[in-house]
Design a protein. Structure first.
Length: 305
């Protein structure tokens, strides 16, 4: 696993300010969903950071501790980069408490209902609280790996890359999500290994597939709530039904149902092959090409100004 750095000023690349254009993807609904994910992911990254501080002591394997550290560094870099976009889209006040430094207003209800009670138990050092928190992270990372597959498949694979680059009105947001999803694919198995190492039981079983994948989870509402906020702020018409029906969300859900079963393993040959393929394509093909386009665009805007 490597710690990647965004090789330019991501604020300039995303045109944060008067020139901001939210249409980074091939359709408006997917573009809004991507902005919603930006808030949801930043929220979860701080959750992971808090939990890590209280769970690292339970990891007895040095190699796994190193991987967990890299995982966390990647996550905190993501949070920092997303903060530039999120604080621009949500310039008002945000909540902060002893468990989480940045809770956006439309995520506050989810924080109070689904995360804060766990974090309180984690802070008290309750083993079962830490277990619930690590399980939440492992489930999130498993599902997010599949979301990342869909992202690269729909936007970057084959001829889609050239098409996406020519349609996108915000290559900076596209880059941010590409960089982020590549690292998500790269580190997702660490969260599962940490849970399984400490608690000596598999993350996935029949019951968890039913409750976390087949049923609609609160996490899907979190991304939607943030996307709806963005739509309102940007003056774009939408609703939860249209966002859920967007190609990105609908394919993600059906692929999660297809791939995540009771024996789901992020390192099974079928999944591992896809993980390696997308990370390699990002590092060797898509990232260099996208970087060049972004740099050219920043340069031409700077010289026109
Ligand atoms: Fe992340
Ligand atoms: Fe992650």
């Amino acid at each position: 696993m490597r710690i990647r750095r965004i090789p330019f000023d991501i604020r300039k690349a995303m045109k944060v300010g008067a020139d901001f254009d939210f249409r980074w993807a091939y359709d408006e609904q997917t573009s809004l969903v991507g902005l919603g994910y930006s808030f949801y992911l930043e929220y979860i990254e701080y959750f992971c950071n808090f939990v890590s501080k209280h769970s690292r002591g339970l990891i007895a394997d040095e190699g796994l501790l190193d991987l967990e550290h890299t995982f966390l560094v990647q996550e905190m870099h993501h949070a920092k980069a997303h903060k530039y976009l999120n604080s621009f889209l949500c310039p008002g006040s945000i909540y902060k408490d002893q468990f989480h430094p940045r809770v956006y207003p439309y995520l506050h209800e989810f924080h109070v209902n689904h995360y804060e009670p766990i974090l309180q138990r984690v802070a008290k050092g309750e083993r079962e609280g830490v277990r619930d928190a690590l399980l939440k992270i492992a489930v999130f990372e498993s599902k997010n790996c599949i979301s990342s597959f869909i992202f690269f498949e729909q936007l970057f694979s084959g001829k889609n890359f050239a098409r996406t680059c020519s349609i996108s009105a915000n290559l900076g947001v596209l880059y941010l999500l590409g960089y982020h999803f590549a690292e998500e694919i790269e580190h997702c198995d660490v969260a599962i290994d940490v849970y399984q190492h400490i608690y000596q039981e598999p993350v996935w079983n029949k019951d968890r597939v039913r409750t976390q994948v087949m049923q609609v989870s609160h996490s899907e509402h979190e991304a939607l709530a943030a996307a709806l906020y963005c739509a309102k702020r940007l003056g774009v018409e939408t609703d939860a039904r249209r966002l859920t029906a967007s190609p990105f969300m609908s394919y993600t859900k059906s692929r999660q149902i297809e791939l995540i079963d009771a024996d789901f393993d992020l390192n099974s040959p079928q999944i591992l092959e896809q993980r390696k393929h997308y990370v390699q394509q990002w590092d060797e093909v898509w990232e260099p090409a996208l970087r060049e386009r972004v740099l050219r665009e920043i340069e031409s805007r700077t010289s026109c100004a």
